[in-house]
Design a protein around this ligand. Structure first.
Ligand code: UTP
Length: 447
């Protein structure tokens, strides 16, 4: 793109001010600004402006009902596990990780997936995910292709982390990195924000950017070529997640679901998690900020919370459903933030109050479009302990403690007692669950 083309594009959408400092820019600044402008689609700007005009008002959730959530036991559990194992063994399952976030609460300098979480080895979050995928595939003699969404800001460092660690044992040809989109920040009146005279402020388009990125990158086509049908979705910050858990995959398949969610009981009525609610025959994720106190504390007939189950963002998608959704526009969510900007003379200003909007898409906004959904309960302690904050709740300290508690439980089931204060860590490729430990324990005993 040259200057004339950039000017034409910007004029067409009322954003000519982006070139206001052109004459003052160096050669490099000019070419990087032109590269940024070339990536902006006028259609996306229109979507941003429409979102600004609509405002941040949340839809009314007062008519929402709690969906039926399965807790699988006995025969039903065995059936689901068998169906899931068949799906994995047939090579119809993929793992899909969203790792493009900025991790601002954790304040770690690098992709969050590189954060050292191994209690004994400082192994990164990516290690635990990749080793589980490796072990799960090996167990069923199948390949589980691994799709990793990054952002422009962390893609190179993410790929390097995999390369430096020999892909954690995975075959690189089964790991597919792709990058999510970026949206420009805007003022209240829809003007693109420059955070330097020759630079547009851009931010990642949210985990919902996944759909467009899957399509654009060829990841969806790759899944199809490989014969993938069920796509296990998870977030980078939860090393407890049971990736491609056969019971969940199997339940999804048996229910012929397009979008299945693993749900866990809220730790307290006001826990900050999304709550899936039914509106007629469709389901929608209601954010905790949209719920009234009365909804949060409402009791069901069994005396427990009526909206008991929250979503820790562990999903299984039908691949064909993702394909259908990938061509549609998703709603944009607004975040009013302090965004660096430039004054009329091109001097950079750091605002003390929020001054502009970031735009994000959320993956769960496609939930109402699913013709069939399925909900499966799990025990939070076993599978969900995210690293969100530097300290306090949902921090590395709580996560490491939860990892150790889980492994201690597995070892106890195999008759091994872990002394208090001893640090333990289990490589998922060595043991994926308590049953593996028991098997290994028996082998050791036989020696
Ligand atoms: P969070 O909402 O926790 O955001 O992301 P974050 O960026 O990791 O952390 P904060 O809010 O800045 O502290 C949940 C999951 O969604 C991914 C994250 O990488 C994480 O796995 N995500 C989030 C993306 O992939 N892209 C985004 O634009 C946002």
């Amino acid at each position: 793109m040259n200057y004339a083309e950039a000017e034409k594009t910007l004029k067409g959408c009322g954003q000519e001010h982006v070139l206001a400092f052109w004459k003052k820019l160096s050669k490099d600044e000019r070419s990087s600004l032109l590269a940024q402008i070339a990536k902006i689609e006028p259609r996306s700007l229109k979507l941003c402006r429409d979102a600004l005009a609509k405002g941040a008002a949340a839809p009314d959730s007062s008519a929402g009902k709690a969906p039926k959530v399965a807790t699988l036991k006995g025969k039903k559990l065995a059936e689901a596990v068998a169906a899931g194992e068949k799906e994995i063994a047939a090579g119809r399952v993929a793992a899909l990780l969203v790792a493009g976030g900025q991790g601002s609460r954790l304040g770690y300098d690098g992709p969050k997936g590189c954060y050292p979480i191994g209690p004994a080895t400082d192994a990164p979050l990516f290690y635990f995910h990749a080793r589980k995928i490796l072990a799960r595939g090996n167990r069923y003699g199948a390949t589980i292709p691994f799709y990793v969404m990054t952002s422009e800001a962390n893609n190179a460092a993410t790929v390097k982390c995999f390369e430096d660690n020999g892909y954690f044992g995975l075959d690189p040809k089964n790991v597919f990195f792709f990058t999510q989109g970026m949206w420009p920040g805007m003022t209240k009146d829809g003007r693109i924000i420059l955070d330097a005279p020759g630079h547009i402020f851009m931010s990642p388009d949210g985990h919902g950017g996944l759909l467009a990125a899957l399509k654009r990158s060829g990841a969806l086509a790759d899944m199809k070529k490989r014969g993938v049908k069920s796509v296990f979705f998870f977030q980078v910050d939860n090393p407890l997640v049971e990736i491609a858990d056969p019971a969940f995959i199997g339940y999804h398949v048996l229910e012929k679901s397009e979008y299945s969610l693993k749900l866990c009981a809220k730790r307290d009525p006001f826990e900050k998690v999304g709550i899936p609610m039914l509106f007629g025959d469709r389901c929608r994720m209601v954010e905790y900020t949209e719920m009234t106190d009365a909804q949060c504390t409402r009791k069901g007939r069994d005396g427990r919370l009526y909206f008991l189950y929250g979503s820790p963002a562990i999903h299984v998608f039908d691949r064909a459903f993702l394909e259908r959704e990938a061509s549609k526009d998703m709603p944009l969510h607004l975040a009013f933030k302090k965004i660096p900007t430039v004054d009329a003379k091109g001097r950079v200003e750091k605002p003390v109050e929020p001054n502009g909007y970031k735009f994000e898409k959320f993956i769960f906004d496609i939930l109402p479009n699913a013709k069939r959904t399925a909900f499966l309960a799990f025990d939070q302690k076993d599978e969900f302990s995210p690293v969100k904050n530097a300290d306090g709740t949902d921090s590395p300290a709580t996560c490491k403690a939860d990892m150790q508690a889980k492994w201690t439980k597995w070892l106890a089931e195999a008759g091994v007692t872990v002394k208090k204060g001893v640090t333990i860590e289990i490589d998922p490729a060595y043991a994926l669950d308590a049953a593996d430990i028991k098997r290994i324990g028996l082998c050791l005993g036989a020696d």
